[in-house]
Write a protein that binds this ligand. Sequence first.
Ligand SMILES: [Zn+2]
Length: 305
Amino acid sequence: MNEIAASDDTPVVNAMSIDVEDYFHVSVFDGLVPRARWDSMESRVKANTYRLLAIFEEYRVRSTFFVLGWVARRHPDLVHAIAAAGHEVASHGYAHRLIYDQTPAAFREDVRRAKGILEQASGRSVAGYRAPSYSITPRSLWALDILAEEGYTYDSSIFPIRHDRYGIPVSGRKPYLINRGARSLIEVPGSTTRVGPLNLPVAGGGYFRLLPYWWTRWGISRVNEQENRPAIFYLHPWEIDPDQPRLAAGRLSRFRHYRNLEHTETRLRQLLTDFRFDAMDTVVSRARLELNYDPSATPALPYSW
Ligand SMILES: [Zn+2]
């Protein structure tokens, strides 16, 4: 595989993805801005997402937008514009509740509602899902069954790392098939690079914003060149908005959320210059072909549920 990669000049096409939510939706601010107050908050998600759309147009990049159903209900025109520009519309659920804090019935209602709103606004079917704060963990694997039953065909919610709120460190680093009786789901994990015994996240969000840019460039190059595999990159619209209102969170949360907001757009432009990107659907289709060809290459999740 590596010999083929070395003799092939075509750069690997990575996946670009945006979790479309407002600055007050993020899980580190849970409790600071109760859901009852969401309606009265200054909303900046629409302007920030339009800015991302303009950047992607400039660099001729397709992206996947995992849109929060709550945002889509208020701004169906935004969802329509994302689809009309040729991007993929996918689901970030409806109310941004961590999966392991919900009952299976409430989760089913949340993902069903989001899918319906997104499909109506975009005029397209929605295939992909990403959980708030990657909250599919050993405690919430039941969510995968519900996603498949509700018509989702891929998921991007299981991060193979150790983190205080999420992650299954022993789960696969590359896309894998989750077979559940008659249904299946392709899991497309966020990208990591292997350093000693650890999987370290290299492609997006806080890791992109808080760490120096060379970390992301090194990590994606490593995934592309050593594994001949696309990286899965993710960002939020609020991460390119240095002027967002500041919330009175604790010190660690403020650091995680506000640091380097003023540099993220420049970095994103550098990233789009340094690497090739397309939407998740392209990467998922290729993974599906590969998995159909050789299902034994798929590391199953090391759990039964
Ligand atoms: Zn989110």
